[in-house]
Design a protein around this ligand. Structure first.
Ligand SMILES: CC(C)(COP(=O)(O)OP(=O)(O)OC[C@H]1O[C@@H](n2cnc3c(N)ncnc32)[C@H](O)[C@@H]1OP(=O)(O)O)[C@@H](O)C(=O)NCCC(=O)NCCS
Length: 291
């Protein structure tokens, strides 16, 4: 790292900035990003709330009076999540990204957290190299999938029960602490418009799907096959879901590449948008593994 240059960069708690300022700097750091993900202040506010982003322990890099970069820290019991890291293109390779990351890891340690998680888009070499340098290691590969609405098909014959929010969240449970952050229980508990489907097929197989319904999009799927073949069950619950919402797009993220339900998603018209690498630093505390 070029410390001579980075030394005159100050790291200031993100809580000292308005949401508009944070949105502005975040968007500036992502103008050339591999997957365009522009934010507005309302979306950033929702992101902060759903993912338990702690702005007091998140950081903005400032040089003289100019904002140069940002990095945010999600905080949950026994674990921290690095997110929204970016440095504006004209300031890159001068040590600011590493300073922001080191600053966030310090903040996590101050909160007595020694287990840090993140995801990085596959082939994002600058970020991946930075994370390896700071002691993160690869855990696995995750998929981001999309499905456009297509004319409805008949749902698979099954006993299908709609689950209200509280029933859906009870099935999700509270033991998903080492899942990717976006798919942990807290993310679902913090989200609006969560409901689900419980399906029993004629051959006795059964399972459930919990999801969030946004205005134009279905998202945040958590699902489980309790009995039977995961592909058959997933095909059945997806056929019911898409029959119920024939006009909505679907966008789901951070599905493990070895998820046994995946063939059903492809059969149902889902396509891969991109892949992420999941990385950890430190080891998950026993309290997370034991739950
Ligand atoms: C990733 C990013 C934040 C790095 O910020 P930066 O200020 O340029 O990084 P630094 O100058 O502090 O570099 C620190 C280390 O990162 C790695 N690195 C940074 N840029 C790199 C590049 N282009 N190629 C390879 N490694 C790179 C190196 O290990 C470097 O250490 P070194 O200088 O000893 O080789 C920046 O490239 C960025 O904002 N990218 C777009 C947004 C993004 O990808 N965010 C991460 C999402 S997960």
């Amino acid at each position: 790292m070029n410390t001579a240059f980075a030394l005159d960069v100050k790291l200031i708690p993100a809580s000292q900035f308005t949401l508009d300022e944070l949105t502005g700097i975040y968007n500036q750091t992502r103008v050339d990003y591999m997957v365009p993900m522009p934010m507005n202040a309302a979306r950033l506010a929702e992101y902060i709330s759903v993912y338990d982003v702690d702005l007091e322990h998140s950081l903005v890099a400032v040089q003289e009076d100019d904002l140069r970069g940002v990095a945010m820290l999600g905080v949950r019991e026994g674990r921290a999540w690095i997110t929204r890291l970016g440095v504006i293109p004209t300031t890159r390779r001068t040590g600011v990204g590493e300073a922001l990351m080191a600053g966030l890891l310090d903040q996590a340690e101050k909160l007595n957290i020694q287990f840090d998680m993140l995801e990085v888009i596959k082939n994002n070499t600058p970020a991946h190299t930075l994370f390896l340098k700071l002691g993160f290691y690869e855990i696995g590969e995750l998929l981001v999938l999309r499905r456009s609405p297509v004319p409805p098909l008949d749902p698979v014959v099954a006993d299908a029960q709609r689950l209200e929010r509280h029933e859906a969240l009870t099935l999700v449970g509270r033991d998903r602490g080492t899942q990717p952050w976006t798919n942990q229980s807290e993310s679902l508990f913090n989200a609006q418009e969560v409901s689900g489907l419980y399906l029993t097929l004629g051959d006795g197989s059964r399972g459930w799907l919990v999801y969030q319904r946004q205005k134009f999009t279905l998202t945040r799927f958590i699902y489980k096959t309790e009995v039977g073949d995961p592909v058959k069950l997933a095909y059945a619950f997806l056929s019911h879901l898409h029959h119920q919402y024939p006009r909505l797009d679907t966008h789901i993220e951070n599905i493990q590449v070895n998820d046994p339900h995946l063939p059903a998603f492809y059969q149902m018209g889902y396509v891969e948008s991109f892949r992420r690498i999941e990385m950890w630093r430190g080891t998950p505390p026993q309290s997370l593994l034991a739950r």
